[in-house]
Design a protein around this ligand. Structure first.
Ligand SMILES: [Zn+2]
Ligand SMILES: [Zn+2]
Length: 138
């Protein structure tokens, strides 16, 4: 078994440890990800089961409905503001983290680009990756 994925927020109040491997690694260029990241896209690793996840520290939460109408819950540090992880009402088992929150962000290897419909010309992502206007078909 490979090494756990560990990380947390910038001030260290929130920490996580994940013992499984990610299902998907995605760069998302939707407007929500642009607004919340402060730049052109968000980068995410999604893990298959919350049972494999340990989180310490209390995150603040913000709920918003995506295009599908399903609620996304964004969890961020109330002290330093770092976006750390999120969950989806439609897929309650999944646990998604922001790539930049990893202790070793080099473990993030994006596989697809989503929401190119709102991409910005100055936001350069890997041109070799598959791209989707919105979400990929499941
Ligand atoms: Zn923090
Ligand atoms: Zn997005």
């Amino acid at each position: 078994m490979s090494k756990s994925y560990t990380g947390g927020c910038a001030c260290g109040a929130i920490r996580y440890e994940i013992s499984s491997e990610p299902l998907a690694m995605v760069d998302c260029q939707c407007r929500h990800c642009q607004q919340r990241s402060g730049t052109g896209h968000g980068s995410y690793l999604t893990f298959p089961s919350v049972k494999d996840v340990k989180v310490s520290g209390a995150a603040a939460q913000w709920d918003i409905a995506g295009d599908s109408g399903n609620v996304k819950t964004h969890c961020f540090c109330p002290t330093c503001g770092t976006p750390v992880y999120l969950s989806f009402s439609a897929m309650p088992d999944f646990f998604t983290i922001h790539a930049g929150s990893l202790d070793d962000p080099a473990r993030y290897k994006p596989q697809v680009i989503t929401y190119t419909v709102s991409s910005q010309v100055w936001d350069h992502v890997d041109p070799a990756l598959p791209k989707f206007d919105r979400m990929p078909p499941i």
